[in-house]
Write a protein that binds this ligand. Structure first.
Ligand SMILES: [Zn+2]
Length: 103
């Protein structure tokens, strides 16, 4: 099984368009992408008992405006948002699963 790779990344309107090495394409809306931000500040971290408490995140209009995307080490995409948030590293596998979850 070959490793999933990202062939192309492009911003189209308010969506991120991803072309995968296997020929598939994903279109991810900015709002859904930001809400799915995998960083600890957005999704929470397990405490000592393994319970994950999801922090309450205050999103503004700027939170859903994507400023830039940067490839990280050939396995993930770092997204920088207009409100300054940029700690989310979206692995290719994660992006792919997000694209598939809504058709
Ligand atoms: Zn985040």
């Amino acid at each position: 099984m070959s490793r999933l790779d990202l062939a192309q990344v492009a911003v189209m309107g308010n969506e991120l368009a991803l072309a995968w090495s296997d020929g598939a394409e994903s279109y991810l809306g900015f709002e859904a992408l930001r809400k799915a931000c995998p960083c600890a500040a957005c999704q929470g971290e397990p405490d000592v008992t393994g319970m994950v408490v999801v922090p309450s995140v205050n999103h503004t209009e700027k939170s859903f405006h994507l400023l830039s995307h940067t490839r990280m080490g050939g396995y993930a995409l770092q997204l920088t948002w207009a409100d300054g948030h940029r700690t989310g590293l979206y692995s290719y596998e994660y992006l792919r699963s997000l694209g598939e979850s809504h058709g």
